[in-house]
Design a protein around this ligand. Structure first.
Ligand code: AMP
Length: 452
């Protein structure tokens, strides 16, 4: 769960990198950074803990003049939340400068790191992305494309990468295409970004998704595309959770429109439902498109019944359960005048630990709701993700050991329904391109160690 961007131009692009990164803020709020290649072929960078607007101020940007650059926003799924783990990472290898930004998770990074450490490499971070930087430099013999191909033989798992090199800007998507990566253009500039919103916000046009297993080199206004291996055709496995929750509503990933997908999921939930209720209430923001779909199909009036405090960040990643609980209370509060005496269909996109739904149902009941029927626009999350989505250890996933009825009792809902995996496929127009391991346990790459 991170966001990456790269821009190649012949003019200064630091401001555009900043705005592009700003548009990816939802993909990570812990830290961020920008690296640029300047006219003297030097890489300058600035990284820090916090939001894009806090870390990259005018002063920092004025020191980051360059015609090609990359940026990163981080939400840690590998390695702790420290300054040393911020990206982009940068280094010099055989007098060539290199910088990378990574979205995804490698499943074999412990093994690779140990091997590199035995060879004498000294690591400065605890993140898997550093392994990629070192493998790139270890096998660099004058061509960045060749060393990327060799690195791809070693690294296993999820990686969308932007690499800043003296040969130009390189964009890479792993052979399964777990995490998104989009190519766009504005005038003479090329932009690659985790999501299309950055390209649109910068006034550019989306060209296409980078394909799974594709390596793109952009230099001097030219785009060259390479395949990881000519005979290598792995089945695409885009992460379905990007569409369920993670990506912005305006994202189109691998030709699937996230917003339409979400609305349709809500519609299908309503088609499969026969509950009689007074109002439909979304859990803002992630439940809104699903609730619109549910309302459209069921004709039950849609109401805003929860007020969201926009200044509270991610409660989900707080380290302790009590912090997560107070976080949800601070973030969402019922509108008593709307919910009092009403039978409610409450719509959210997912249940992970069950913290959010339990607290919301309790507070809606305290505000006088007569009944709360919880409807979730995805199947129960039963398995941990090893490819970059922050779903915790299986033992913490409420659906890993409990039946739907047990979950209903635990969270205090009057009734509870999830979308089935078949219905989820229907919402995605039956495109057979998704990793749904968090729902069905079918891991496209077997994790080296599965967590309890
Ligand atoms: P939980 O409270 O643990 O059941 O988490 C479910 C809530 O957190 C839902 O409201 C989701 O919109 C949101 N959510 C689901 N997955 C994630 C994630 N990986 N990171 C942050 N929030 C999430």
């Amino acid at each position: 769960m991170c966001g990456i961007i790269g821009i190649s131009s012949d003019k200064d692009i630091s401001k555009e990198l900043y705005y592009g990164l700003y548009s990816l803020q939802h993909r990570g709020q812990e830290s961020c950074g920008i690296a640029v290649l300047n006219e003297d072929n030097n890489i300058n960078y600035h990284r820090g803990m916090g939001l894009v607007s806090d870390v990259l101020k005018e002063k920092e940007l004025s020191n980051l003049k360059g015609h090609t650059g990359i940026g990163h926003v981080r939400y840690s799924t590998s390695g702790g939340s420290h300054l040393s783990n911020c990206q982009p990472l940068a280094g010099v290898c055989r007098r060539k400068k290199l910088s990378i930004a990574h979205n995804g998770n490698l499943v074999n990074h412990d093994y690779l790191r140990q091997t590199l450490e035995e060879e004498g490499f000294m690591f400065q971070t605890s993140i898997d992305s550093e392994v990629i930087l070192y493998i790139l430099s270890r096998y660099y013999k004058g061509s960045i494309i060749d060393s990327v191909k060799i690195a791809m033989d070693y690294i296993k798992g999820a990686y969308s990468l932007v690499i800043l090199s003296e040969e130009g800007l390189v964009a890479v998507r792993d052979p399964h295409g777990f995490r998104p990566l989009v190519l766009g253009k504005k005038g003479d500039k090329y932009i690659v970004s985790s999501e299309s919103c950055s390209i649109e916000i910068l006034g550019g046009e989306v060209i296409r998704d980078i394909e799974p297993g594709e390596i793109v080199l952009i230099n001097n206004g030219e785009v060259k595309s390479y395949n990881y291996r000519d005979n290598y055709k792995e089945k695409q496995k885009t992460c379905i959770f990007e569409h369920v929750y993670f990506a912005r509503n305006d994202a189109i990933i691998d030709k699937v429109n996230a917003y339409e997908f979400r609305v349709k999921s809500g519609q299908i939930l309503a088609q499969e439902d026969d509950i009689e209720a007074d109002i439909v209430i979304p859990v803002p923001d992630s439940g809104i498109p699903g609730a619109l779909g549910y309302n459209k199909e069921s004709k039950i009036p849609l109401k805003e019944g929860l007020v969201k405090n926009r200044y509270v960040g991610r409660t989900f990643i707080k380290p302790t359960q009590s912090e997560r609980e107070i976080g949800v209370k601070l973030k969402l509060n019922p509108l008593t005048s709307v919910v009092k005496g009403k039978s409610i269909v409450l719509i959210d996109d997912s249940i992970v630990r069950g913290t959010t739904s339990k607290i919301l149902i309790d507070s809606l009941k305290k505000a006088g709701a007569k009944e709360v029927h919880l409807r979730i626009t995805s199947p129960p999350v039963k398995y941990s993700c090893y490819f970059g989505i922050d779903t915790p250890k299986r033992s913490q996933l409420i659906a890993s050991k409990n039946s739907v009825e047990d979950i209903r009792k635990e969270i205090g809902a009057d009734s509870l329904k999830f979308l089935s995996t078949d219905a989820l496929m229907k919402a995605a127009d039956f495109k057979n391109i998704f990793c749904m391991a968090c729902f069905n346990g079918n891991y496209p790459i077997k994790p080296m160690v599965e967590e309890d």
